[in-house]
Design a protein around this ligand. Structure first.
Ligand code: PDD
Length: 284
C-alpha cells in the first residue's frame, strides 16, 4: 500500500513519524474519511470544506489549498489498485517539545493520507439489519470537529462490540439522541424521516446530507429536529449512515426489536435511491 506522508509517496512500511508528534502525544489533530467510487473522490469539495471547519475549530492553518489536496488525493488514488476506496486524511499540529500550549512559533503540521479498498456492505447486513445498544454520550461539546482524539468514540464503540452489536447510539443529557459512535442515526415514525440537527453535538455527516437530499428529491416526508430518547425507542425504523457503511437498517436496539425487527419500507426506499445515486452520480 502506498501512502502520502509530508510530501512523499511511500510504502506504508517506510512511513515514520516522530514520537514527539502532537498527534501522538496529545491527539492534537483532525481527520477526514472520503469514499472513492470508480476512482473519483465523492463530494470532495464538501469533505474539504468539513476539513477546513475542523482545522478552524482547532486553530490550525490548513497546510494545503483545495487544489493541492485534490492533486495529492488523486495521485494516491491512482497509485492504489482498488476502483472503490476510502481515503483517510490526518493532520496534526506537528512535532514539538511536549507542552500543552501550541508551539511558538508554529511548527510544520504533519500530513498523512492513506487509502484502503472500500467494500460494499455485505448482503447479509442489508437483509437482516444490525443490532445497536444505547449509551450516554460522554464526549466533549465540539463533536462537529472531526478530531483524531477519539478515545470516547473508541470506548463507546467497544461497548457495542462487547455486547455482540455493531454500533452504540449516543444519548445526550438523558434527553435526546445525537449520533452513533462513528455514524449518523435517523429515526422513522409514521412514514416521516427524522434527523437530528447539525450542531456542536454531532458530526455533520456527508452521507447524512445525501440521505436528506434523496428524501427531498423523492417526496419522502422528513424533518430535522431534536429527537427525544422516547422517540428513539418508539421508532418504526432506525437507520445508520456513514461514508463507509452507506445506509443500514438498525433492527435491534438494546436487545429489543425495532418496529417488526426487520429492515422496513423507508430503509428499502432510501437504500434503493442511494444505490441509484451511486451508479448515476457518484460513479459518473
Ligand atoms: N466516521 N458521526 C461520527 C462520529 C463519525 O465518525 C462519522 C464518520 C459520521 C458519518 O459521517 P460521514 O457520512 O461523513 O462519513 C458521523 C468515519 C467513517 C470514520 O471515523 O471512519
Amino acid at each position: 500500500m502506498t501512502i502520502y506522508l509530508n510530501g512523499q509517496y511511500l510504502p506504508i512500511e517506510e512511513a515514520k513519524i516522530s514520537v514527539l508528534d502532537r498527534g501522538f502525544i496529545f491527539g492534537d489533530g483532525v481527520y477526514e474519511v472520503i469514499p472513492v467510487y470508480s476512482r473519483k473522490a465523492f463530494r470532495l469539495a464538501e469533505h474539504l470544506q468539513r476539513l477546513q471547519h475542523s482545522l478552524d475549530g482547532i486553530k490550525l492553518t490548513n497546510p494545503h489549498s483545495d487544489a493541492a489536496w485534490t492533486t495529492i488525493l488523486n495521485e494516491l488514488i491512482a497509485r492504489n489498485p482498488a476502483e472503490d476506496q476510502y481515503l483517510y486524511l490526518h493532520i496534526t499540529r506537528g512535532v514539538a517539545k511536549r507542552d500543552h500550549a501550541f508551539p511558538k512559533p508554529p511548527v510544520v503540521p504533519t500530513v498523512f493520507v492513506m487509502t484502503n479498498p472500500l467494500p460494499s456492505p455485505p448482503a447479509e447486513l442489508l437483509h437482516s439489519g444490525i443490532a445497536c445498544i444505547t449509551a450516554t454520550d460522554n464526549r466533549w461539546l465540539r463533536c462537529d470537529i472531526k478530531a483524531i482524539a477519539l478515545l470516547p468514540n473508541v470506548l463507546l464503540r467497544q461497548m457495542a462490540v462487547d455486547a455482540g452489536c455493531a454500533e452504540t447510539i449516543l444519548i445526550r443529557d438523558n434527553a435526546f439522541m445525537t449520533e452513533g459512535a462513528a455514524s449518523n442515526i435517523f429515526v422513522v415514525k409514521n412514514g416521516t424521516l427524522l434527523a437530528p440537527p447539525k450542531d456542536n453535538l454531532m458530526l455533520p455527516g456527508i452521507t447524512y446530507d445525501v440521505i436528506l437530499e434523496i428524501a427531498a428529491a423523492n417526496g419522502i416526508p422528513h424533518e430535522v429536529r431534536k429527537i427525544a430518547v422516547a422517540e428513539l425507542f418508539a421508532a418504526d425504523e432506525l437507520l445508520l449512515t456513514s461514508s463507509t457503511k452507506e445506509v443500514l437498517a438498525i433492527t435491534q436496539l438494546d436487545g429489543q426489536p425495532v418496529g417488526n425487527g426487520k429492515p422496513g419500507a423507508m430503509f428499502a426506499k432510501l437504500h434503493r435511491h442511494y444505490q441509484d445515486f451511486k451508479r448515476d452520480v457518484m460513479r459518473a
